[in-house]
Design a protein. Sequence first.
Length: 309
Amino acid sequence: MITVLMAVYNGEKYLREQLDSILAQDSRELVAVVSDDGSADGSRDIIREYAKKEPNRIFPIFRERPSGSPEAHFLDLIAQGEGEYVMLSDQDDVWLPGKVSRLMKKMRSMEHRYGKETPILVHSDMKVTDEKLHVIAESYFRYQKISPERNKLCQLLVQNNVTGGAVMMNRALLSLLRKKPQVCLMHDSWIALVAACFGKIGWVDEPLYLYRQHGANSLGAKAADTVQEAADRLRDGSRARENYRRMFGQAACLLKMYQDQLSREQIRTLKAFIRLPQQGRIPKICSMIKYGFTKNSVKRTIGQMLFMP
């Protein structure tokens, strides 16, 4: 069985499109757990409507106590998730036909190679669109100038390349995610770090869904290494500082929660990363180079070296 976990909050505008695209997938073993986090719009009515039409495939959850953030909502769902394989879904994307089967083919291939007992995460590329689904970029990977090959722990600590809506994980990985971190950058970043530490990460190098950009997006995709991106980062200094705080807090949680299971090298890497805020600029840069805490481009790596607190 494949279980899709969808986190919903005030998503009525696009929710039907996404639910329709999930139900149209070429897998009859697929069910969706659709969790509403206290929406004030018509989201709950839409969820009830679909659960009534597809009672064996759509399972609603109406939370009485909102989690307060998308990452907390998803981590709650993952901690309670069931199924041999689990996928995540945002409320405003659209899955392209064949998404589930393509990810499952990659998952089966990796499980055949490494064993089903190995924690495995697979993810895919996606098309970036505007709110009306007009394509802005044919490839999120190229648009963001990120490489899915960069999946070592040291690389994922400073730059996540796994997007939640692109993810499929097996039961072995799901079992490691029952414990929730007190701090994380985003749920997909946390999942990628756990997978990098204890299992394998694979990817399908083709877009399997439409990643919709609109005014209410929690996080948006912007073209990488552009003047506009740099200007936005400089203007939003407080958000950058908060992201760094959560990035280091996430690493500290990973070390604390899994220390008995981590290798010596992984422990050294995490401790070195957690020490970075206490170091002066030159020692900080030396540590980044020594341990491989670098981003996907020279510009971004230099920016990190100069501005990381």
